[in-house]
Design a protein around this ligand. Structure first.
Ligand code: LMR
Length: 410
């Protein structure tokens, strides 16, 4: 029936996990997928999640009935609070609507689909602007719904830092009311975020050009270790009434990777618009997944609404973000001071490893060096030179640094 279906390439990120698993090398290292690992290199079930799931099991009111189409109400409400804060005008005015989604990917998809169907794009082309580079899946998610992803400048390869002027210039050049996808914090894949002052300037251009802010928030808590601070950009945009939405994931910050728990929050102009938007999202959701899965949503809503669990979760986040920062320091010390590895062209040192934040580091290694790391050293990382810092630990960081040193000098 499908004689002409071409063979698709494997997923750039998940194929690394598969290759890593199949590799027999005793010192193999997986720095591909963005998933937290302990210092022993093992996946981590957050102690808070364990506590919550025990409580959930004992709750006699939990059953396996369908959730409402837009999800578990106590989850969506609490998740909304985590993004927008306890006191937010848009929330108080009833202008924020929230729908539970299949993690961040599901939120991005539902949002992109909604735009494809209902947004009055500024030109006759349906386009969503994405940072260059961005999470590889953004391209696919946007293209899948018949919208064209268009790149804006974000990252300067020479300095391995933000191309702030290029970023602002491209925002200025885009037609008024363009849809711009921005990362709430801990930019994936670069680990390069604007400073608070730069965010203010970005916000000004959004206001001036009436752009729509399509926020992806997959790493709240991972940038600074502080949930409120990491939501700063989004809260500011909401406060200044930039038209916006937020795609939220609990995969990373709650370690609930396979539970697919996330939400889409849309900030509407008024309560009537909010109701209409929610009604259409509900129709879309029904035809796609009928209703979202309950388990992860129960766990997260318990964590967010029970003060004891919430405090315990914040500690878990500090554990994760703290260990990642330790690895940044260790890697920097090894490359910069111990091995004196020549830094990437354009940099005088390896300081970018420490300056970058969140789960990832954009090392500045070129595709050739990256390939050598994979093929000759069994160190798995994406072709753009991104490493998941969480894959490093006190047992393998030196092996990794030595491998980098070797491919850089070869
Ligand atoms: C990543 O970028 O590694 C993660 O967000 C996992 C994924 O879904 O790609």
């Amino acid at each position: 029936a499908f004689p002409n279906v071409p063979q698709a390439p494997p997923d750039s990120i998940f194929q690394l996990t598969a290759r890593y698993v199949a590799d027999k090398h005793p010192n193999k290292i997986n720095l591909g997928v963005g998933a937290y690992r302990t210092d022993e290199g093992k996946p981590w079930v957050l102690p808070t999640v364990k506590k919550a799931s025990r409580q959930l099991e004992e709750n006699p009111d939990i059953d396996h009935e369908y959730l409402p189409i837009t999800g578990l109400p106590q989850f969506t409400k609490a998740a909304q609070g985590l993004i927008f804060g306890k006191q937010n005008k848009a929330v108080d005015e009833g202008r924020v609507i929230s729908v539970q989604t299949l993690s961040g990917t599901g939120a991005n998809h539902l949002a992109a689909l909604f735009f494809a169907k209902f947004y009055e794009f500024p030109t006759d082309k349906k386009e969503i602007y994405i940072s260059n580079p961005t999470w590889a899946n953004h391209n696919a998610i946007i293209s899948n719904v018949g919208v064209t992803p268009v790149s804006y400048r974000y990252y300067n390869k020479e300095t391995i830092a933000l191309d702030f002027d290029g970023y602002l210039e491209d925002l200025q050049k885009a037609p008024e009311r363009s849809v711009i996808l921005v990362h709430g914090c801990a930019h994936n894949p670069t680990g390069v975020d604007p400073t608070a002052e730069q965010w203010d300037k970005i916000l000004d251009v959004f206001l001036q050009k009436k752009h729509y802010a399509f926020f992806d928030s997959a790493y709240q808590g991972f940038a600074t270790g502080d949930l409120d601070r990491d939501a700063g950009s989004m809260r500011k945009f909401a406060e200044k009434r930039v038209p916006m939405l937020v795609c939220q994931s609990f995969a990373k910050n709650a370690g609930l990777y396979n539970e697919r728990v996330g939400a889409l929050h849309v900030v509407a102009a008024d309560i009537k618009e909010a109701e209409r938007v929610k009604s259409q999202l509900s129709v879309l959701q029904r035809s796609e997944i009928s209703n979202p899965p309950a388990y992860g949503a129960h766990i997260v809503s318990m964590i967010l609404t029970n003060p004891e669990l919430f405090e315990s979760w914040k500690n878990d986040i500090t554990t994760m973000s703290g260990r990642i920062i330790e690895m940044r320091d260790a890697l920097f010390d090894l490359l910069n001071d111990k091995l004196k590895t020549p830094p990437p062209p354009g940099r005088k040192d390896w300081g970018h490893i420490k300056e970058q934040i969140g789960m990832f580091s954009f090392t500045g290694l070129n595709p050739d060096q990256t390939k050598k790391l994979v093929e000759e050293h069994s160190v798995y990382l994406t072709g753009n030179g991104r490493i998941s810092m969480a894959g490093l630990n006190t047992h393998n960081v030196e092996t990794f640094a030595k491998a980098v040193d070797e491919v850089v000098r070869s």
